[in-house]
Write a protein that binds this ligand. Structure first.
Ligand code: MG
Length: 121
């Protein structure tokens, strides 16, 4: 199974969770990809960050077009915090959305952003 995990507001939101989760998935034989919309060319910085956070992964991909990469690679699962990366993926790709203060109001227990526009509801 191929697993994609976003970096910002996903791994960085719950680094301890993703430290354990990525290690367990890799140990189970999954191929773990970190897929991030960071600035192209920032691979070394991202690699250092992933080492500091003790994330287990096989491949790092920096891209704005996560959908294309996920489909090309045949990735089965995406962990991310941003709806725009979820909505156009086919049903067979399992998605897990991470809550952060910018996308979820913890006091009112509700999501703050719409699916496609990214605007506040
Ligand atoms: Mg993110």
């Amino acid at each position: 199974m191929k697993i994609a995990v976003d970096l910002d507001a996903t791994i960085t939101a719950y680094p301890g969770v993703f430290e354990v989760l990525t290690a367990a998935m890799a140990k189970a034989g999954c191929r773990v990809y970190v897929v991030t919309d960071r600035i192209p060319g920032s691979e070394e910085q991202v690699i250092r960050m992933l080492e500091e956070l003790r994330i287990s992964y096989h491949d790092l991909k920096i891209t704005r077009d996560k959908k294309q990469f996920i489909l090309e690679e045949g990735i089965d699962v995406l962990f991310d915090d941003t709806d725009e990366y979820f909505v156009e993926l086919p049903e067979h790709v399992a998605v897990f959305k991470v809550r952060e203060h910018y996308n979820f109001d913890f006091k009112q227990s509700k999501w703050l952003y719409t699916e496609k526009t990214g605007r506040k509801v």
